[in-house]
Design a binder for this molecule. Sequence first.
Ligand code: NAD
Length: 488
Amino acid sequence: MSTPGTVTPARHTVTVAHGDGIGPEIMQAVLRILAAAGVPIDLEPIEVGETVYRRGVLSGIPDEAWESIRRTRVLLKAPITTPQGGGYKSLNVTLRTTLGLFANVRECRSYTPYVASPHPGMNIVIIRENEEDLYAGIEYRQTAEVFQSLKILSEPGSEAIIRYAFEYARAYGRRRVTCMSKDNIMKLSDGMFHRVFDRVRAEYADVESDHQIIDIGAARVAAQPERLDVVVTLNLYGDIISDIAAQVAGSVGLAGSANVGRDAAMFEAIHGSAPDIAGKGVANPSGLLIAATQMLVHLGLNDDAERILNAWLCTLEDGIHTADIHREGLSREIVGTEHFTDAVIRRLGRTPRTFPAARFGAGGIRMENLYGPVRSSQKALVGADVFLDWSPPDRDPVALAERLTALAGHFRVHLISNRGVKVWPGKTPETFRTDHWRCRFLSPGGPTTVADVLALLTAIDAAGLDVIKVEHLYMFDGVPGYSLGQGE
Ligand code: NAD
């Protein structure tokens, strides 16, 4: 019952998975801290993981668990053990793809001197796009020599992750968002990501922002991570740099991670179920606790998150450490999970002396309108890239160009490239040539039709050339929607 004149904070219901191995011990510790802090959340436990796998549910997650997650939209998950072999599917991949968790957020922070790290002051968050890019897994073998993976990026998907990064920066009181891409090479796909970043950053003038090419960006994550704050990037780059960042921070055991979607979010520690120490009462609950504070900010309970994080930082400072982070000279007491949990609870309301105190912005993360408005553009078909499997002994592009010119009809053979490098017109005898040829046909008389492209393909096929694929060439609002060949 609330006192007249006071506002009772809205209560939230959260689905909780206690996990396997050390999972139940560290989850119990975290829930004790949340309860002691008076966090206004109600819990809905679900069973996922090993016991569910063993019952023959290959995804590791039963129907009742889905119902709970869909109802509460927030899952706090302890690590689980994936049984080896037997066709069991990764629970994390299933949750991510089914719930559309498009953002992976990993905080990598050093806690020197209490936890050894070559980078004191490092406090970086990697926000990685989680659904697109080369991870779509669309791959083909096209010729005896050539294999292909498709990199698929969407403008709404890019806008959602970039907007999320700025919202995150605001909610967590972060200073700067750095976008990393390789748009000097992939001008169309990564170029779009960079362009969307520039468009969105203009709306967040209170947050500093910049763009770095991923190769130099990754080098900086490794060598000078203390100079970075929030990094937003594509799936593959994010996968690589988040592992680099976790490694150089030196505190993998203390890191939490979030997977966030429009309709649901999942929070967990980075580490696994540690079967080697399960049941011994020595596990460090810190990674899951950090994840739980991320969950509180997601719910807009920033004050609660601050209080808990500060109590935890005080515990580290006071030298009360679990065995995994014990350091001679700095640790005062080596404690088990329960004692560590009690120590954090006793410090609720205190502010750390050495570490900067956690201070989050006001309000949670706004998840509305992340994808931006639906966009359309004027599209015109202006030609086609026809890919051939062609391997006569000399692989002479001039001979191929002559054959194709005779078959082109109202199209013009514009260019032939091999692995993206232009080999015709002009002569580049030093370029190595595989059996995989891209032959670009343009329609000099203006827009063309799919029927014309099909007629072209039929003519090429009838001439005995092996067509393996065709890509249409479009103009969008008068701008080419295709890249030029290298050397063009
Ligand atoms: P792990 O992270 O469980 O353990 C690696 C080492 O770190 C072990 O020595 C362990 O004792 C120690 N460790 C991990 N967490 C600790 C903690 N909180 N406190 C103290 N020490 C800790 O990695 P692993 O051994 O490769 O994997 C074990 C199981 O966990 C596997 O079945 C794996 O599939 C699963 N796993 C699950 C998740 C998840 O649920 N998100 C993530 C990674 C691994």
